[in-house]
Design a protein around this ligand. Sequence first.
Ligand code: MN
Length: 193
Amino acid sequence: MTHKMPELAYAKDALAPHISQETIEYHYGKHLQTYVDNLNKLIPGTPFENATLEEMIMKAEGPVFNNAAQTWNHTFYFDTFAAKPQPAPTGDLLKAIEKKFGSFDAFKAEFEKKATGLFGSGWTWLVRNAAGELDIVNESNAGNPMRNGAKPLMVMDVWEHAYYIDYRNRRAASIQATWNVIDWKKVEARYAE
Ligand code: MN
C-alpha cells in the first residue's frame, strides 16, 4: 500500500496570521511530506506493507511507528483547522468539558499549561480516555494516545518545526494563537463518534 498526502480543506494562507502560509508550506508541504515518503520507503517487505496507519500506531516500533504516527498525527492536526472555525464547543462536548475542567476557559488554561510544559518535541492531546472521561495528555516525539486506549479529539503540535517560522522560541504564543483556527465543530463530531 502506498500512503498518500492528505488534502488540506483550506487554502495555505487561510489560517494567517495565526499560522502563516510559510509555516503551512514547510510544516505540511515539507515535514509531513517527508514522513509520508519515509513511511513508503520503510514498509515494503515488512509485516506492515499493507497495514493502515492505525494498525502501525498500535503495533509497530521504531522508524515504522515514528513515521506512521507522525503521518496520522499531522493529518489529524491539519484536519482540526478551518478558515472559518466554530470558535468554541457546544452541546454534549461543552457539557463534558465543563464537568471535567469547570469551564471552557479553565480547560484552555490547563491545556496551555500542559503544552507549554512538554519538554522537548511532542504533542498535547484532548482525548476521551479508556475510562470514558475527557483528559489532556502529553505524548513525546511521535506518541499517540490510541496506544493507551484513548480516542484523540484535538491536538496541538509542539515540535519546534510547528511554530519556529512564525513565533521563533515562543511556544506559548503559538499555542494561544492556535485556538483561533481550531474548528470545534470538527472536535464535536469526533466526540460524537
Ligand atoms: Mn509537526
